[in-house]
Design a protein around this ligand. Structure first.
Ligand code: HEC
Ligand SMILES: [Cu+2]
Length: 339
């Protein structure tokens, strides 16, 4: 072999071997050694192959950590909640995405997959336990939820098929109508109606069904066409919902709910074929007319019992959950605003 050829080969080998070695060496040896923050590598695989590993990490209050996520099989997505606002987006196989965090108080946080990666996708979760080093034995207790407790006190069974409270007589439902209710049409009708004070109270609306509200509205507006009253209820349920909020929450819904409940709330997402029970159809006004916001909220946070409706209470804040509830109502009463 001539000398020049030999040198050329050597140079090539150096590039082929040397480049990855220096890159990997930097990522996995040099950088952790030089870093002042702890780097935690987390591998993401479909739940059938173990999900996140590790699936629990412990951090001290005040400690800064870099979480480095790598997808090992298919494309995953990673977000961390509640209330941290961390969404790393998609992570393709072989790709690495990271976030550096410091926690100023103890608590429990969840990293979760945001991409439909397998029928068990929603089981792909990991826990960050933030401990107070001054009090290492005490694990943060999960916060109590006043809304869910109030439902229990009222005697509302959120797992029953009919969730209405005592005062909502069974059998109330939406009248059969030729056209779907529309908040947009109702907004024009509302000022012409006599609206009982409780219906104007957001707290009352949170704890009552549209069906109950319709009864009261009909009693106060004898002779008005049922379709116009239903539209007015739709408008009331959509008051205080902004388009920009719907846009933000739409991303959360698409990432976490649409796989089962369907993009427009038809209850027919691609994962619906795998669930033990049929996912609720939020685009069905007759069904939603019998639902209360606080029950929807409780169901989202706590999940179903053996139905495959996951619990999201460890992923979202209370306010983010209410925003989801408002989004579900938009799927019912203002579908044009969320499509
Ligand atoms: C893995 C599939 C799946 C995912 C993902 C999922 N759901 Fe569900 N959900 C279901 C099933 C199945 C039901 C019906 C059984 C039940 O009520 O528990 C349901 C029921 C519900 C109910 C209760 C309806 C009722 O009548 O009580 C609400 C509210 C709800 N889902 C909201 C959501 C929201 C919001 C998300 C996203 C943050 C979500 N779901 C994600 C499967 C899913
Ligand atoms: Cu995944």
């Amino acid at each position: 072999m001539r000398r020049r050829e030999w040198l050329a080969r050597l140079a090539l080998v150096l590039v082929i071997v040397g480049l990855p070695v220096s890159v990997l060496g930097y990522q996995y040896i040099l950088r952790p050694a030089l870093a002042t923050v702890r780097i935690i590598d987390i591998h993401a695989a479909v739940p059938e192959a173990g999900g996140f590993s590790p699936d629990t990490i412990r951090v001290a209050v005040g400690e800064t950590v870099t979480l480095r996520f790598a997808a090992v099989d298919v494309t995953h997505g990673v977000a961390i909640g509640p209330g941290l606002g961390v969404d790393l987006g998609h992570i393709d196989p072989g790709m690495v995405k990271e976030v550096t965090l410091a926690f100023d108080h103890s608590g429990t946080f969840t990293y979760y997959c945001t991409t439909w990666c397998s029928p068990n996708h929603w089981r792909m979760r990991g826990v960050i336990e933030v401990r107070d080093t001054a009090n290492p034995g005490a694990l943060p207790t999960p916060q109590r939820d006043p809304v869910i407790e109030a439902l229990a006190t009222e005697g509302v069974d959120i797992d029953a098929n009919v969730h209405r409270g005592e005062e909502d007589p069974a059998g109330t439902s939406m009248p059969a109508l030729a056209t779907a209710p529309s908040a947009a049409r109702g907004a024009a009708t509302l000022p012409t109606l006599n609206v009982p004070p409780e219906l104007q109270n957001p707290d009352w609306r949170r704890a009552h069904t549209p069906a109950r509200a319709l009864e009261l509205l009909a009693a106060a507006n004898a002779g008005v066409d049922a379709a116009r009253l239903v539209d007015a209820i739709a408008a009331l349920w959509m008051s205080a919902v902004s388009l920009s909020e719907l846009e933000t929450t739409g991303t959360v819904y698409d990432q976490n709910c649409a796989a089962c409940h369907g993009q427009v709330g038809g209850g027919d997402g691609p994962a619906a074929t795998f669930t033990a029970e049929r996912p609720a159809a939020f685009s069905d006004p007759a069904y939603m007319f019998t639902m209360r916001s606080d029950v929807l909220y409780a169901k989202i946070r706590r999940g179903g019992m053996g139905t495959d409706m996951p619990n999201f209470g460890t992923l979202f804040t209370a306010e983010e959950t209410w925003a989801l509830v408002r989004y579900l109502w938009a799927l019912t009463f203002a579908p044009e605003a969320v499509q």
